[in-house]
Design a protein around this ligand. Structure first.
Ligand code: DQA
Length: 145
């Protein structure tokens, strides 16, 4: 069975393409997920791409990943800066976590400079737009062997 990577996007990332395009780019979430699936096919891995505006739903999906996925790529959006429940769930399942942000959060408002997820993550990729997900995917696929 090929490795399966769970790709999670958090609140407001369903608005990609129209949401502050000068910061987040013109690609929609469908564009992002299509690019991820194409690269995953090339790498011979499976992906499960999901988005939710709800913290609780993200927590539930993380919990359900145990035994189902070999790694989690997550852009938790604003929950990165506020949620304790999401990193707690990530710790609980113990899967390798790759944290992605489209924008360079360190060039932005100071409240975006800290992510609670980073302490749980194998790697943090920010500022590369869509390519950040593809970098995380390549790293997760390599680690999964
Ligand atoms: C984001 C950065 C967050 O600060 C913001 O709240 C988002 C998107 C990013 O991808 O750059 O929603 O995670």
């Amino acid at each position: 069975m090929p490795a399966k990577i769970l790709v999670l996007n958090g609140p407001n990332l369903n608005m990609l393409g129209t949401r502050e395009p000068e910061i987040y780019g013109h690609e929609t979430l469908d564009d992002v997920n299509d690019a991820i699936r194409r690269r995953a096919d090339e790498l011979g891995i499976a992906t499960d791409c999901r988005q939710s505006n709800s913290e609780g739903e993200l927590v539930t999906w993380i919990q359900q990943a145990r035994g189902q996925a070999s790694a989690i790529i997550i852009n938790a959006g604003a929950y990165s800066h506020t949620s304790i429940a999401i990193p707690d769930a990530l710790r609980a399942v113990g899967l390798p976590v790759y944290e992605v942000h489209l924008s360079n959060i360190y060039r932005r408002e100071s409240f975006r400079h800290h992510s609670h997820i980073s302490a749980v993550a194998v790697a943090v990729i920010c500022g590369l737009g869509l390519d950040g997900y593809l970098c995380a995917l390549a790293a997760a696929a390599k680690a999964a062997g």
